[in-house]
Design a protein around this ligand. Structure first.
Ligand code: FPP
Ligand code: MG
Length: 298
């Protein structure tokens, strides 16, 4: 069924009658299509549902095109990113095209769904801005970090699940909460994998968040666990290209203070809540999606 979403996106782009745009889009690796999968699992595969899934994936793709420009990233999903291969201007405009075409199409699905998704894009953008601000200097503001993470990543998953529930006539609150938990846990695990996995598995450079200025949850917890002089050393590494010794220092300090376990447990709590809620609704597939997220090792 996910193929039908793929075809819908291609159809939307072909309607723009611009061969270059269709061709550019086809070059972007697709990723897991997690949001579309959630929508189809919740709401089936009617035309409205396929359209919703297609528009959400187009918005997600647009946000990543813009994010790679903002982060000055050279790689996305193991391939050269559009900003790196075609330049920032093309990446920004391709994002704008995907985003505005998606919104045009959303209007013909349902005004309620359009409102939910467009509000999520406001949150997404507020989250990205907060991410940029929080990355300027070292911080230990867990609440600000969690709010940013919810806005940047969870808001679109929350909106996807809620929209699908509306289309399927299901309890929107339960599915909204499920999408939110999944989204926050997803980004928490992403932050952990940046520390525990190597470049080959990540499809982007390892231990890169801290160099980019991103003080993710494990770094906040590490700071809290360290003695005064080690805290100063950690801060001195922020935004720096790390030597092998420095990278190993971070990794072994994390190990010593069981930081990965602590961060992982937080994601696990959210996933367990999502699993319990979906099992009580008889949604085994959605419960399995939540389970597989916590087992993610790439
Ligand atoms: C990835 O974060 C970024 C996002 C999930 C959202 C980015 C949102 C925007 C750029 C706003 C989008 C606005 C419109 C109008 C579509 P990351 O850099 O932490 O993750 P990464 O490692 O995958 O790059
Ligand atoms: Mg990024």
């Amino acid at each position: 069924m996910i193929d039908a979403v793929e075809r819908k996106i291609e159809q939307y782009l072909d309607e723009l009658n611009d061969g270059y745009v269709s061709q550019l889009y086809k070059k972007i690796p697709h990723g897991k299509r997690l949001r579309a999968k959630l929508i189809l699992k919740i709401a089936g595969s009617s035309l409205k549902v396929l359209k919703t899934a297609a528009t959400v994936e187009m918005i997600h793709a647009a946000s990543l095109l813009h994010d790679d420009v903002i982060d000055d990233a050279n790689q996305r999903r193991g391939q050269i990113s559009v900003n790196a291969s075609e330049g920032n201007k093309t990446a920004i405009m391709l994002g704008d095209i995907l985003y505005s075409k998606a919104f045009f199409e959303l209007n013909s699905i349902s005004s309620e769904v359009a409102k939910i998704i467009s509000n999520a894009v406001v949150q997404l953008s507020l989250g990205e801005l907060a991410d940029v601000k929080l990355s300027e200097k070292f911080h230990t503001n867990r609440d600000a970090y969690l709010k940013m993470l919810y806005q940047k990543t969870a808001s679109l998953m929350e909106a996807s699940a809620e929209s699908a529930a509306i289309l399927a006539g299901k309890n929107r609150q339960a599915y909204r909460q499920y999408g939110r938990n999944l989204g926050i846990a997803f980004q928490m695990i992403d932050d952990i994998l940046d520390i525990t996995q190597d470049t080959k598995h990540l499809g982007k450079p390892a231990l890169h968040d801290f160099k980019e200025g991103k003080v993710t949850l494990p770094y906040i917890y590490l700071y809290e666990a360290l003695a005064q002089e080690d805290r100063a050393f950690l801060i001195s590494l922020h935004k720096k290209s790390l030597s092998e010794d420095e990278a190993n220092w971070i990794k072994s300090a994390m190990q010593k203070h069981k930081i990965i376990e602590k961060s992982y447990a937080e994601a696990e709590t959210l996933i367990e809540e999502a699993i319990t809620s979906m099992e009580s609704l008889g949604e085994q597939d959605l419960s399995n999606i939540a389970k597989s997220m916590i087992e993610r090792k790439f």
